[in-house]
Write a protein that binds this ligand. Structure first.
Ligand code: ADP
Ligand code: MG
Length: 679
């Protein structure tokens, strides 16, 4: 049986069940094998009856000491309720068991026989009892007792048992592919694939489970790292025409300010790559407002002087347009011809733009990622800049390889992740850091408040407006929901308009609006046609409104620290003192500590580390906004050691040039399947 066989080949899985499995992303036997439990329940310990604790499920071995009696209680209009009762005992005590609607199975229990039970005690000082425990004969192989039970992620209609059975069938029927060479497994003390999968689903002991887990985590990181190493190796092996990098002064002189030392250093690093004759693959990390755009512009200027076209890709249309509006007036006088290409242009406009691009009319083309994916052809594309790396994952990085000539690649990220981690995760990239803000930048004062401050908060918004300044209000949801009490942008904007600030100009912006509409509102806000902008996190990236001096984040506990930091980066961009106010009624100590951390510092890297420490890797890495790959079993924060080992091993494997077939398949699948495209 092959791992690629459909799960329909398992007896008992028909079209209906298969559809449920599909909801969990399971279509083949291989998918089942790699559908790992999210947790385990250790039922290996046998507890004497006298030591059972209320509400603590446990296994115990006991004999049936009274004959099971079943009573049927008719219920008008409902199914008859069956109640089966009897007592069990071990050498430490006696316990009354009650089964509801389980007369058939409970009836199988025979007086005088010994069974293993699993259940939770209920009761108080008046007496203890237990309802509907699981049980099986003592001489049967433990399938639900005396073992470590896997707990799977579920979906409505599929219970844990159904998944366990399907997994068992898959384990019995196919031999898993071994992607790790034997020598490597020996080197790092890793068990083989078959053992690992067997133990991860049906652990024979806690130790064996840990071994299995380590092996699978290693494998996952190893394949990921191998993919990065391959992309890197493929890129650096190609030679490109070295760029001339003289004459940059012309660009520097055209700027209205002096670049910071950090900006200059990073530009130098880029220019050195340009001169090297190898395609650059560089990640520039810099906090919001550190001036990444100018670094990119300097590099694009150099490319243009070398008669190469540059494509600058922004994550949103608004941002692309803003880049264009800022860069064109600077670059055009320097002879760098700029153009904008976005999805909201008319088909005719796009057609014309593309034609011009192919003819080489422009040196710098700015747009969204559609620039590369759509059928844009360039006359002489030599340089690709991706603003905000999280939309530009490994698979997109790899896809660039196929773009005929080998363009230099610069990825700009405002997501500060701890540097050691960056080096591992972006193993195919060199990393530069802009660790300095332009002079005179205001620190944004940040406060945490709760609902009791609402009145003062409103007064503060009014004060900004009276001083001709503007306010951003960020809400976690777009629309009102019945299930939670989150502030919704639509509702809140309406309330503010109708009741709180009927005399002020309140705008609404959210992600469900059409691109053109969003753009129109954003430009109107930037032009001070509104005093207040109520929005969702769509304003998170890039947008520049120097006149905005106040940002209020509602239900602030709903956001990650790094995300809040990004939001805060939208203000403090002008002359006037700026404030960020986090509103949260969440009383949890950790939550308050987390939000306080943001009040205490403006340093994005420290905040990222704090986020990681406080929220734990699940939340920090779980949210895709960080642009980090989602691993099935590996955990970037908890498994750093394994990650480092796997990366080392992958580098060696790739450097040796002999990629095992199976590994190559796995790497290719990873590069193609978009799971790591991080969108
Ligand atoms: P980010 O790194 O967040 O992308 P930007 O490139 O958008 O930052 O720059 C933020 C603002 O700072 C812009 O208005 C830009 O013109 C300005 N800026 C960039 N570099 C400098 C500098 N060296 N001195 C003063 N202002 C600068
Ligand atoms: Mg930027």
């Amino acid at each position: 049986m092959a791992q690629t066989d459909s799960i329909r080949t398992i007896a008992g899985i028909g079209p209906k069940k298969a559809a449920l499995f599909a909801k969990l992303g399971i279509e083949t036997l291989g998918d089942l094998l790699h559908f790992y439990p999210r947790d385990y329940e250790d039922r290996t310990r046998i507890t004497p009856i006298a030591s059972l604790e209320v509400d603590q499920p446990a296994c115990f071995i006991a004999s049936v000491v009274t004959t099971p009696q079943t009573h049927r209680i008719p219920k008008p209009g409902q199914k008859t309720l069956e109640v089966t009762k009897f007592a069990v005992a071990d050498h430490t005590g006696r316990l009354n068991l009650t089964f509801f609607n389980a007369a058939y199975s409970a009836g199988k229990l025979e007086r005088g026989e010994t069974y293993c039970f699993y259940g939770a005690l209920t009761g108080d000082y008046l007496g203890y009892a237990m309802t509907n425990p699981l049980f099986e004969p003592l001489d049967a192989a433990g399938t639900i007792t005396r073992r470590i039970m896997p707990i799977y992620p579920l979906t409505a209609g599929l219970n844990n048992k159904a998944i366990m059975q399907a997994v068992a069938a898959a384990l019995a029927r196919c031999t898993p592919t071994e992607t790790l060479p034997e020598a490597l497994r020996e080197n790092y003390g890793l068990c083989d694939a078959a053992t690992a999968l067997q133990e991860i689903h049906r652990p024979s002991s806690i130790e064996a489970l840990e071994e299995a887990r380590r092996r699978l985590i290693f494998e996952e990181f190893y394949i990921f790292s191998a993919a990065l190493a391959i992309v890197r190796a493929k890129r650096s092996v190609r030679a490109v025409q070295p760029f001339q990098t003289e004459g940059m002064e012309e660009f520097y002189r055209a700027l209205p300010f002096r670049l910071t030392n950090a900006q200059m250093r990073v530009i130098e690093e880029i220019l050195a790559d340009f001169r090297s004759g190898k395609p650059m693959s560089r990640l520039v990390q810099g906090d919001v407002g550190s001036g990444k755009t100018m670094v990119a512009a300097a590099a694009a200027f150099c490319a243009a002087k070398n008669r190469k076209q540059t494509a600058l890709m922004a994550p949103t249309e608004i941002l692309a347009k803003q880049h264009f509006d800022r860069l064109a007036p600077l670059m055009e006088p320097l002879g760098v011809r700029c153009a904008l290409l976005t999805g909201s242009m008319t088909p005719q406009q796009k057609l014309t733009r593309r034609k011009e691009l192919a003819e080489g009319v422009y040196d710098l083309i700015i747009g969204t990622h559609a620039l590369l994916t759509e059928s844009t052809t360039f006359q002489n594309l030599g340089f690709v800049i991706a603003d905000e790396q999280h939309r530009f994952g490994v698979s997109q990085r790899a896809a660039l390889l196929s773009k005929g000539e080998q363009p230099h690649l610069l990825i700009m990220s405002a997501t500060p992740i701890p540097r050691t981690l960056a080096l591992i995760l972006y193993g195919d990239l060199d990393v530069s850091v802009i660790d300095e803000l332009p002079p005179g930048r205001q620190k944004v004062d940040t406060f945490l408040v709760d609902e009791r401050y609402r009145k003062r908060l409103n007064g503060f918004i009014r004060k900004q407006a009276e001083e001709q300044h503007q306010t951003f209000i960020v809400c976690p949801a777009i629309e009102e929901s019945e299930t939670d009490s989150l502030k919704s942008a639509e509702q809140w904007a309406q309330t503010l308009r109708d009741y709180v600030f009927p005399d002020l100009r309140v705008a609404l912006l959210h992600g469900k609006m059409k691109g053109a509409e969003k753009e129109q509102i954003m430009s109107a806000f930037a032009a001070h046609e509104y005093d207040i902008l109520v929005s969702t996190t769509v304003i998170e990236v890039g947008v520049d409104v120097p006149n905005a001096t106040l940002m209020i984040v509602e239900n602030a506990d709903r956001f990650g620290l790094s995300q809040l930091h990004q939001l805060r980066g939208r203000i403090g961009r002008g002359e006037a003192k700026s404030y960020c106010i986090l509103v949260s009624d969440n009383p949890s100590k950790e939550t308050r500590a987390r939000l306080k951390a943001l009040c205490a510092t403006n340093d994005g890297f420290r905040i990222a580390e704090e986020d990681l420490n406080l929220r734990g890797p699940g939340d920090f890495f779980g949210s895709r906004q960080h642009g980090l790959p989602a691993f099935r079993i590996g955990n970037l924060a908890q498994n750093m050691t394994v990650l480092a080992q796997a990366q080392e091993a992958a580098k060696q494997t790739v450097a040796s040039g002999a990629l095992p077939d199976r590994l190559e398949e796995a790497v290719n699948a990873l590069l193609q399947n978009g799971e790591f495209s991080l969108n």
